[in-house]
Design a binder for this molecule. Structure first.
Ligand code: UDP
Ligand code: MG
Length: 334
């Protein structure tokens, strides 16, 4: 599913492979029960690749011994790097931390619970080699609760609309990104980032390929309904001014209605002469409508001012305590 534009450059890029080193970034929050199978399957896939590879595990404040297991792995496998976050910062911040520590020409993200089969990685890389900047997995046969699938359908429609890049599955974290996309996402250092949407918004060529999806191997999903709702709200306010624009349009609409209403009152007065209380009550109703509208507008403006405040005070999105194993040259001192 290569996008139709830029065919000449696609042919050129096919003949010169972009992937000399691939980085796999995996956020880990209390996945101790899954780590050994994950590593067995992932390493088997990576060893069969023709390019070099590294794996960056980001421990997002786990409390179940995941970190100790990851450190053991990093001690025996030099191509494994473990980024230890100071506490739980959330999946997308963890991926951002992993991006910053990665060095690959292509970076692949993967969930740590084996819902995304590592065996799909070569197909993602093929699609990158075909000239795409971002390749998203599309969980055609999604193994989640019905309510998650329903919410996700609407989430994807909304995201496609506000990002301007239509995709079936923004929520699938089995994705591949070229280095320049990763660098741009990292530079943004967004609070409350939604990485697939942010990356898609910087990409020239985006492809989506159907990938398998399994049940969670062990443990429970870290997202509840409130968490998902927060993610959607962040996405809307993070990517579009549509709510504020909607308020402006609503203002124009109300002004037009108000004009028509005033015209009606004038006409009524001309035809039937002055009435007693009728007009007064109607004006009260109009006034209250405006008060409600002003409150709504203030709330929305407040939302955006709040976001500016968050960006301006430059709080770090996450704090890396230490980096274990791998190449330490890129370790951060934030
Ligand atoms: N995750 C994380 N930090 C969090 C929540 C989740 O690093 O605060 C990781 C988690 O360990 C897993 C991936 O993000 O590797 C996806 O999480 P989960 O499977 O709970 O989400 P779901 O599949 O239900 O969307
Ligand atoms: Mg999962």
């Amino acid at each position: 599913m290569v996008s139709s534009s830029g065919k000449v450059s696609v042919l050129h890029e096919v003949s010169t492979p972009v992937t000399r080193l691939v980085s796999i970034v995996v956020p880990i929050y209390n996945e101790a029960a899954n780590l050994s199978t994950l590593w067995d399957r992932l390493s088997a896939v990576l060893k069969a690749l023709s390019c070099s590879w590294e794996v960056v595990f980001v421990d997002d404040g786990s409390s179940d011994g995941s970190l100790a297991l990851l450190r053991e792995l990093a001690a025996r496998e030099p191509r494994v790097k473990v980024v230890e976050l100071a506490r739980n910062f959330g999946q997308h911040s963890a991926i951002l931390a992993g991006f910053r520590q990665s060095r690959g020409d292509v970076v692949v993200t993967l969930d740590g619970d084996l819902q995304n089969p590592p065996e799909e990685i070569p197909r993602l890389l093929e699609a990158i080699e075909a000239g795409n900047d971002v390749v998203g997995g599309w969980r055609a046969n999604r193994q989640d609760h019905a309510y998650r699938r329903f919410a996700s359908r609407w989430h994807n429609r909304l995201t496609s609309l506000i990002v301007g890049v239509p995709m079936h599955d923004y929520g699938c974290m089995l994705r591949a990104y070229r280095r320049h996309i990763v660098e741009t996402v990292v530079q943004c250092d967004e609070k409350a980032a939604f990485i697939p949407a942010l990356a898609a918004s910087f990409a020239k060529r985006v492809a989506e390929i159907p990938v398998a999806h399994d049940q969670r191997a062990a443990g429970e999903s870290k997202y509840n309904l409130l968490g998902l709702a927060k993610l959607s709200l962040n996405l809307i306010t993070g990517f579009s001014l549509a709510p504020v624009q909607f308020v402006s349009l609503l203002g124009i609409f109300i002004a037009l209605i108000d004009g028509a209403f005033a015209g009606f009152l004038i006409l009524h007065r001309l035809l039937y002469g002055p009435q007693q209380e009728g007009a007064l009550w109607t004006l009260f109703a109009v006034l209250f409508l405006f008060v409600g509208f002003l409150f709504l507008a203030l709330g929305l403006i407040g939302e955006y001012v709040g976001r500016i405040y968050q960006e301006v005070r430059h709080r770090p999105t996450y704090v890396v305590r230490d980096v274990h194993g791998g190449d330490r040259d890129r370790s951060e001192h934030r």
